[in-house]
Design a protein around this ligand. Structure first.
Ligand SMILES: [Zn+2]
Ligand SMILES: [Zn+2]
Length: 436
């Protein structure tokens, strides 16, 4: 908690997001909200912690995020809880509890917690934007969800990223495929990585997903699930691909893209940035989970969603030199060397009029207050000295930021200060999303 000098520090693997970078986060989340709400998704807030069984059953006990990385704890009442490692299971839990009308389309912005080895681009608390849509198997919903993520990246200015998709099949066609894959892998057991040599029978899909070179080489020619789908799954996958083509969303099929649980079905997808190093280039992904609602005790209800990592998206934006958002500056900074009444009252008047205004405190010197005014990024300084105070006026002085008055200062009656600031024009940064 503290460094060598005893000063408090954030926990290992976490990071603070401070102004002005935090303004970029604000704009990002607002852009996402606007983007998905236009497609009928509504915001859902669920608790940051849940009964640990929500994740054991919902996300899956055998996944690394639940099995090895979850922050689990017992509260003072002896309840087994966990900080959410991902965003889908809590939404599915909320669905099971409230049974909203179908289809149910929600979005969220949330921190997610994973006890990972801290390294660049990996955090123990990272942040996600996501959507979940429950209540229909319609392949056009898969298209909508995938295209929504693709369109969001593009709206930020990103273009160097790829989309991989696959079909996981369902409980009808996957068992036969798993037997086929098991047979293929068993014949090549000695060529697999040490972990999967012993564990291929239990979950052969995880071998396809293995990042180690021996497994990657061996599975290169493995039978692919998308070639062994039953008719309904094949039709579904066909309709998804057709839809993505129709909407102009580029993709490639990756037969290694799998999720190792029975409740993940059919469409699965991942986006990766080509501008980031491959170890941390995943910028988002998701898929169908037609069995998960049942795992959490609800009625059979299909669902699909995605989660996008905010930190990774912003890294990708930096790498592509896009989405360089600058916070809007102040309209005015009040400099008062006549006792402070004007600073107190004029800033309040300006703010009530909807303008951005700030001031200095502690009765500092004119020079010090003007320096603060410059540093604030305000367009104008409104200066009140003893003379102005006596005359009921205020000096309006353009500062070097966004100077549109030709540098000339003017004197106006105090009760016209709001109008003077307004007529000096907007800083132009109000719209926020000025991309570089
Ligand atoms: Zn392996
Ligand atoms: Zn099938």
């Amino acid at each position: 908690m503290a460094d060598d000098t005893g000063a408090a520090r954030a926990p290992s693997g976490t990071h603070d997001v401070l102004w002005p970078e935090s303004y970029r986060w604000e704009v990002l989340v607002a852009a996402f909200a606007g983007h998905v709400e236009r497609a009928g998704f509504g915001l859902a807030h669920t608790p940051i912690f849940e009964d640990v069984r929500v994740f054991r059953r919902g996300t899956g006990e055998g996944s690394d995020v639940v099995g090895k990385e979850m922050y689990e704890f017992e509260d003072r009442g002896g309840r087994a809880l966990a900080l959410r490692p991902e965003g889908t299971a809590p939404i599915v839990r909320a669905f099971v509890q409230h049974r909203p009308a179908l289809p149910w389309k929600v979005w969220y912005a949330t921190p997610a917690f994973r006890y990972e080895r801290p390294q660049a681009g990996r955090y123990r608390q990272h942040h996600q934007l996501g959507v979940e849509a429950l209540g229909t198997e319609d392949a056009d919903l898969d298209v909508e969800v995938v295209a929504l993520a693709d369109g969001f990246y593009r709206s930020l200015g990103l273009s160097s990223f790829g989309l991989r998709i696959n079909s996981m099949g369902d409980s009808v066609c996957r068992p036969d495929y798993l037997d086929l894959l098991r047979g293929y892998l068993a014949e090549r057991r000695d060529e697999l990585c040490p972990e999967h040599r012993d564990r291929l029978e239990a979950n052969p899909l995880r071998v396809l997903d293995c990042k180690r070179e021996p497994c990657r080489r061996t599975t290169e020619g493995a039978p692919s699930l998308s070639d062994h789908l039953c008719d309904p799954c094949r039709d579904h996958f066909h309709r998804v691909r057709e839809g993505l083509v129709a909407l102009g969303v580029p993709f490639e099929i990756d037969h290694r893209l799998v999720r190792g649980f029975d409740y993940y079905t059919r469409t699965t997808f991942e986006f990766s940035s080509e501008a980031l190093e491959s170890a941390q280039n995943g910028i988002g992904g998701g898929g169908r989970y037609d069995g998960m609602v049942e795992m959490l005790g609800g009625p059979p209800t299909p669902g699909i969603g995605f989660g996008l990592g905010i930190e990774r998206i912003l890294l990708a934006c930096d790498a592509e030199a896009v989405f360089a958002v600058m916070p809007p500056g102040l309209d005015a900074f009040v400099v008062d060397v006549a006792g402070g009444d004007a600073a107190r009252d004029l800033t309040a008047t300006l703010r009530r009029a909807g303008l951005r205004a700030d001031r200095a405190f502690d009765g500092r010197s004119m020079k010090s207050q003007l320096k603060a005014a410059d540093r604030s990024g305000a367009r104008l300084a409104l200066i009140v000295g003893p003379e102005e105070s006596a005359a009921g006026t205020v000096i309006v002085r353009p500062l070097r930021h966004g100077d549109r008055l030709g540098g000339e200062q003017t004197s106006v009656p105090l009760n016209q200060a709001v109008e003077a600031v307004r007529s000096a024009g907007s800083s132009g940064a109000f719209d926020g999303a000025g991309t570089a």
